[in-house]
Design a protein around this ligand. Sequence first.
Ligand code: SF4
Length: 480
Amino acid sequence: MPRLPANFYAGWRRPAEPAPALQEGGLPPERWLQQVWRHQRLRRAELRTLDGRPVRVLHPGFWNREPGPDFRQAVVQIGTEPPRTGDVEIDLAVGGWQGHRHAGNPAYSGVILHVVWDATPASFAPPVMVLRPFLDTPLAELTPWLDGEAESIWPAELSGQCCAPLQALDAETLAELLHQAAEVRLQRKAAELAARARLQGWNGALWEGLFAALGYKHNVWPCRRLAELIAPRAGSENAATFEAQLLGLAGLLPVELPRSTGATHARKLWDIWWRERDSWADLALPLSLWHLAGIRPANHPQRRLALAAQWLADGEFIPRLERWLTQPGAGEKELLNVLLPDAEHPFWSHHWTLRSKPVTQPQPLLGAARATDLAMNVILPWLFARASAGRGSGRNPELLATIRQRHFAWPAGEDNSALKLARQRLFGGSTRRLPRTAAAQQGLLQITRDFCGQTDPLCSGCRFPELVRALPGASGVGSL
Ligand code: SF4
């Protein structure tokens, strides 16, 4: 006999307070509208724009949790126009388009449909579709789901056409597939670095790659430009001078510092930059080149460039990277020691930016996640490119074997939105069967680049499912 009351679990999940949208005149939170759109909880056959044209949603797009439109790569057909691939922005009201300054913002130039909860007729750039009249279930009934699990569920119908064949693949074959895709990615990155090395030498190519990686997603280009300007002088100055030059050229030092400013780190850098800035005047980057909005404090370019300054000042930096490769058994921890020899920086361990207040817990200038990123995307490919570069006896097979061993044994790095989307499309969001290595992550990214990147969100004409089905490890009779 059951010891617990019937439906007790459903009772646990009932919201204690009525949701705001259910109160008189209340509006649903925007995140609910995103889930309605993402899961297409709509009477899809009836959808219309505000000006009355039928809307056919061939794909709702991929939910974007970063700055920019709410959904990327949707495929929508409006009226008699051919289907278009583009972004979808969700707002409570039509006025959000102007109110949130999307109009004229290049990040929103790819919006093909503006989806709102409620609207009065108005004329705006993208066609507008109102959600409210088309919900497939009254909002009151949808509320527990919208407020609960909707965000965490991956809509199965958005999975790629390769999802089923990949599920049917045995674990060994799947691991081998990812391994091979990762090998392709390693070689591709190495070839890119070798091409850069032909133009600016091996060290120049490494510096450019390292700086670009420090720029993370949004600040790759200004960081790369700084590498071109400053890296040729590596080893010729101390860290404070390199830091002042990098931040000064970047436009990331305060324009003026009042005389009353005490002996701060900014003052120290400013005093160095003040003496030099005229000689760099033509080369300084505009501040507008930097993407600073919404950036995590740990990724702020001021911190990243402070770290780069330490590397540039260390005349032994590149030789130490080379020694790390040949040191038996060296891995992640030992690389971190090369990249961050001084665990504590007198200023940057205690501040996120030049102007920020001290933090309570000391923060390293580089964490394990970023070290993995640098290893997989720059350092190991660069070492691989160099070891492959010589012809005949110049090629170093032993070193190549060591690099491969490090590359494929490296533990998985930090998750990111590209990996999440790849897992969702290819594996329906499940991670159970994926090897927990950085190389498996690289392999996954390579597959999305090679296949997802060549077609549309509907997987039109993608050969990958068919190729997976033909693998020997696919259930059924497969052959290569
Ligand atoms: S485009 Fe190809 S590889 Fe990408 S999810 Fe669709 S079927 Fe899979």
